[in-house]
Design a binder for this molecule. Structure first.
Ligand code: NAD
Length: 693
């Protein structure tokens, strides 16, 4: 895995562990052997460390995180050997030097890089921290503030910036190895060797750390590893290197063993897994999508169009009236201009994107589109009419997609002569911002159409997850149960603010009622009315329905369940509280006080229970997919790994017990797994194995 090659008096150690030269078992052994050989050989004056293939070491091998310490690759030992090495060592960086890769480079005497290399310590994203000297060395090079910025955001910096910061000693234009060899020869005789571990930190005043501790309350609320990182960076300022180095090892283990890190690592793997569709080969042909059509320029259509404009694809957007078209276009332009004001886009970018957009009142203008996405009112009649017309006018091979949230995609596909071309592309609001895309595979959707949509999701920066057809697909079906349970909790005595606070404490930025107020109370109400009529039940008349009937529809009308001031912070409203109390009195309910723990168990329990049903029915392929959907679409905290992973952390039997205690019937799959002492991850493995057979 590590190749040794001599270039006169320089020994080059090249790391070969494709695709990204992760620090896997074998790499440290190879590096240590190379270093020992170089130390013992008088003819060697200096050592160059370089990555083979497309990158330097892009990080630790995350699969080894679960191993006992003795079996894990010995990054710290390698770093120590580098730091104590008696001859100059030069790290030659291209691609990315991330995490353990950057820590190796920091332990070398010098670092050189190609200008577009990227350097960073992204460990925080996996709920851990740099564990091989990074927290102690980075502040000694770039100063306390910059090191905190890099370690807390996890975002890499460009080599050109690293050069200005002194993190890189030289930028190499042209051949990296040749440049690194020339550099090594220049510094071969330098003594004493520059060692970062011997430097002091710039700018580490107590205020810097106090401000960082304050800032993470907002950016990393409830998370462990960011606060450990700050503690360690502060030690780099105030304590001898050796002390910080030892403390780092201990805190690294603490973070690594935490449920938060398990949750984030689960998301890391499961997100990659969700891009794979069982039974769909890598060689499935893809359609070429060059022109996109969007029907409807309302809340969703405008945002959907922006995704494609951002990716450089021309979009034709169709509306029924000039007025609706103008309004839709105005919203798109204002969104772009506000990004430009924040410095995220240039004025030219705004114009370039708007120039790719063609407004139209004629569906005939979609005849050349390769993909057409319908985003009109949620009404089966209207959608069927549109798909009938699309079938007549769209070119052969065009993908016909619907953004419906609740309607049956099979029924929509059935009005066309080409149901294999029809698919659901369920974007989330605001569609230009939210990362999730549920890709709804209907009965007859072809593999090519499905694979093309998965690839397209990636192209427009979305996380695409394949789901099957059912009412609400995966995310909305789960959130529907969750909403019901939240309302029941209020029926029984909790206040809406109690319910939201419990979910905020679990790490959700919005609780169920904050979410309802944002989405608009009328939307949920319309769905409840629709469902009741379908089932021949009486009109819904819960306390929330009564709030809607007072005309309060949520944030858009200035208030709903809560009142809002200019900062959009929710405040309880006394009249609404009275309405709830009157409702309870009318129904003969004696309110009881409900603990945050009960609220959390009941709300997560209903999510997990519905998730288990969805999984059993095959609407979701994997429990991991449900986690991805719920994290990216509904704000479930990534560090809890999604509801299904969270169930495993609690123990499935506890979830079953809570469901029964509060009057729910546990899903058969959930009960079975609990009985067998398994988790949903076990279920995913079982299903993957049986589909391979
Ligand atoms: P909206 O009312 O904001 O916009 C619908 C637009 O479609 C209107 O501007 C209307 O003029 C236009 N329209 C109606 N009939 C048309 C036709 N025949 N040709 C062209 N344009 C036509 O609705 P929305 O919130 O954008 O929802 C659109 C779809 O997206 C619905 O199916 C909805 O269920 C789904 N959806 C909505 C959300 C959400 O949060 N709002 C999220 C996901 C999916």
């Amino acid at each position: 895995m590590v190749e040794q090659s001599r270039h006169d008096d320089i020994l080059v150690l090249t790391i070969h562990n494709p695709p990204v030269n992760a620090f896997s078992p074998g790499v440290p052994e190879g590096l240590k052997a190379g270093l020992s050989a170089a130390a013992a050989d008088d003819r060697i004056a200096a050592v160059v460390l370089i990555g083979g293939g497309r990158t330097f070491v892009a990080g630790a091998d995350i699969k080894t995180f679960g191993l006992p310490r003795e079996q894990a690759p010995d990054l710290r030992g390698t770093v120590q050997q580098l730091d104590a090495f008696p001859k100059p060592t030069v790290a030659a960086l291209h691609g990315t030097a991330l995490g353990g890769g950057l820590e190796l480079a920091l332990a070398c005497s010098y670092r050189v890089a190609v200008p577009d290399a990227r350097l960073g310590l992204p460990e925080v994203k996996l709920g851990v921290l740099p564990g091989a000297g990074g927290t102690q060395r980075l502040p000694r090079v770039v100063g306390a503030q910059k090191a905190l910025d890099m370690m807390l955001s996890g975002a890499p910096i460009q080599a050109t910036e690293a050069k200005e910061l002194g993190l890189v000693d030289d930028l190499i234009e042209g051949g990296l190895l040749e440049g690194a060899l020339a550099f090594a020869r220049r510094v071969a005789a330098v003594r004493p060797l520059p060692r970062i571990s011997e430097r002091a930190v710039d700018g580490g005043s107590p205020e810097v750390f106090a401000a960082a501790r304050e800032a993470i309350k907002k950016t990393h609320r409830g998370q462990l590893s960011p606060s450990l990182i700050i503690d360690l960076a502060e030690m780099a300022v105030n304590r001898p290197f050796e002390e910080g180095w030892q403390a780092e090892a201990q805190k690294f283990m603490e973070a690594r063993e935490s449920p938060q890190s398990r949750g984030l690592r689960h998301l890391f793997f499961t997100e990659r897994e969700s891009a794979k569709i069982p039974g769909l080969g890598k060689d499935t042909p893809l359609l070429d999508i060059r022109r996109v059509g969007v029907i409807g320029a309302g809340t969703m259509g405008g945002g959907i169009a922006m995704n494609f404009l951002n990716a450089g694809l021309p979009v034709t957007i169709v509306e029924t009236t000039e007025e609706a078209l103008d309004r839709g276009l105005g919203v798109i332009r204002r969104n772009y201009e506000s990004s430009a004001k924040k410095g995220r886009l240039s004025a030219d970018d705004v114009e370039r994107r708007m120039a790719l957009l063609t407004p139209s009142l004629d569906m005939g203008d979609l005849k050349d589109a390769d993909l057409i996405i319908e985003a009109v009112f949620e009404d089966m009649g209207v959608k069927k009419d549109i798909f009938t017309r699309l079938d007549a006018l769209a070119k052969d091979g065009a993908i016909l997609a619907t953004n419906t949230s609740t309607l049956d995609v099979n029924e929509i596909a059935a009005v066309t002569s080409r149901p294999e071309q029809v698919i659901g592309l369920h974007f989330f609001s605001p569609a230009n911002v939210m990362k999730l895309l549920e890709i709804v595979r209907a009965e007859n959707t072809s593999d090519t159409v499905l694979a093309t949509c998965m690839a397209l999701a990636k192209k427009i920066g979305k996380v695409g997850v394949v789901v099957g057809v059912c009412d609400g697909f995966v995310g909305n079906r789960m959130v529907h149960r969750y909403g019901e349970e939240a309302r029941r909790l209020v029926d029984e005595g909790a206040s809406p603010a109690d319910v939201d606070a419990a979910m905020n404490a679990l790490g959700l930025p919005m609780g169920p009622f904050q979410m309802t107020d944002m989405a608009g109370l009328d939307i949920g109400y319309a769905i409840r009315v629709h469902r009741a009529r379908q089932r021949g039940e009486p009109e819904p008349d819960g306390w929330l329905d009564r709030i809607v009937k007072t005309g309060r529809k949520g944030q858009k009308t200035g208030g709903g369940i809560y009142d809002y001031d200019e900062t959009r912070r929710p405040r309880p409203n006394a009249d609404m509280q009275a309405l709830i109390e009157a409702y309870r009195a009318e129904k003969g309910i004696t309110p009881r006080s409900i603990s945050a723990d009960e609220i959390t168990r009941r709300l997560t329990g209903t999510l997990i229970n519905e998730g288990a049903r969805i999984l059993d029915e095959g609407i979701a392929q994997r429990a991991g997919d449900i986690d991805v959907i719920y994290i990216y679409g509904y704000g479930f905290p990534a560090y809890r790994g999604g509801p299904m992973h969270y169930a495993g952390e609690q123990g499935l039997q506890k979830v079953v017990d809570a469901l029964k205690q509060y009057g729910h019937t546990p899903a058969p799959l959930l009960e079975r797994l609990a009985r067998e002492g398994k988790t949903f991850a076990d279920f995913d493995r079982e299903r993957a194995n049986s589909s391979q057979k």
